[in-house]
Design a protein around this ligand. Structure first.
Ligand SMILES: NC(=O)c1ccc[n+]([C@@H]2O[C@H](COP(=O)([O-])OP(=O)(O)OC[C@H]3O[C@@H](n4cnc5c(N)ncnc54)[C@H](OP(=O)(O)O)[C@@H]3O)[C@@H](O)[C@H]2O)c1
Length: 305
């Protein structure tokens, strides 16, 4: 298996899981295969003609970074996935690519199915949408998994984990109340990829995120702190200050408002519903506290701070 982006939040756990499952895994590092260089991704895949599965977890995944460097976003998020898919067409490898809820038209509230209209509002979403098109054009048998608000890699804290970290440090917590999506646990992405590798006829786009109703960042922050408190890591439940997106002038890129995805099609294929958002946040916070050692120290009677 080739895994691009193996040093990232998803790629790191994907490659560790693939190695523990006994796969022979190739993880080209950024320096070895710079996806900003046209041809690099294709060359790497073509140099490994016996590899049966290629997973692309690489991206310029930060919307503000894409806004600052649209060419880089285009090369890494659109052009190189297309090249990977085309190379897989030559080698016969199965290609799985990660995309995002930020490709969706975010003006309408509610859960969005795979057939929902796309209309990204920033460079990140535009480059990822272009990536989806290039992948499916080069290799229609590819599988594209759109994920959202990825959390649960304890070594790379995402939004729920960083809210807990702020609270542990005694810093104030604030979160946006009027932007909605659903979180996705990295472990669920990894287990879904393994399950879908074994369904070779399956292709096209699938939504992969928690089940349940759309949540705001405020809801997620509140749930994360609640779980940290319930686990004994926080003596008191700190308040979360509500913020409005319109006042979030620390963002360079415009943020979409309603991008929560409906993962029921994936649930039907797998034969079980995706975990709820509540469960996703609980696992992400629990895993993070274990790694930073806080829950254990509290359980043994010392707060460690
Ligand atoms: N994180 C989220 O909340 C989220 C939400 C929705 C969708 N997604 C999608 O999920 C996928 C995985 O995201 P992630 O959070 O794991 O991303 P990430 O943590 O930012 O990791 C990105 C990976 O891509 C690599 N990369 C970036 N530019 C590169 C280049 N020019 N050449 C070679 N490698 C390069 C990075 O390597 P270096 O670090 O060495 O540069 C890193 O390994 C992406 O497709 C992303 O769009 C993520």
């Amino acid at each position: 298996m080739i895994i691009f982006g193996a040093s990232g939040r998803v790629g790191e756990m994907m490659s560790a899981a693939a190695r523990s499952a006994g796969w022979c895994v190739f993880t080209p590092a950024h320096q070895e295969c710079d996806l900003e260089q046209p041809g690099a991704a294709a060359d790497y895949v073509l140099a490994h003609p016996d590899v049966g599965v290629v997973v692309n977890c690489a991206a310029v995944s930060e919307p503000d970074a894409c806004e600052l460097d649209p060419l880089k976003a285009h090369l890494v998020n659109a052009l190189s996935p297309g090249e990977m898919a085309l190379a897989c067409r030559h080698t016969g490898a199965r290609f799985l690519h990660l995309s995002t809820d930020y490709v969706l038209d975010s003006r309408r509230a509610g859960l969005k199915e795979e057939s929902a209209r796309c209309k990204p509002c920033n460079i990140y979403g535009m480059s990822k949408l272009e990536g989806e098109h290039q992948v499916l054009e080069a290799l229609p048998d590819s599988l594209i998994l759109r994920v959202s608000w990825v959390c649960g890699n304890p070594h790379r804290p995402a939004f729920p984990e960083s809210m807990v970290l702020r609270a542990l440090r005694g810093e104030t917590c604030a979160a946006i109340v009027d932007k909605f999506s659903l979180p996705t646990h990295v472990r669920d992405i990894v287990s879904t990829i393994f399950a879908l590798i074994d369904m070779p006829g399956l292709h096209g786009i699938l939504h992969l995120c928690s089940s349940g109703e759309p949540m705001s960042w405020f809801d997620i922050a509140s749930a994360a702190l609640h779980h940290a408190h319930a686990l004994g890591a926080l003596k008191e439940l700190p308040p979360v200050a509500p913020q409005r997106l319109i006042n979030a002038n620390f963002f360079r890129a415009q943020r979409p408002v309603h991008t929560a995805m409906d993962s029921s099609r994936l649930g039907q294929l797998l034969g079980y519903q995706m975990p709820t958002a509540e469960d996703t946040i609980r696992r992400a916070v629990g895993g993070y506290l274990q790694v930073v050692g806080v829950a254990r120290r509290f359980a043994s009677g010392s707060d460690g701070r």
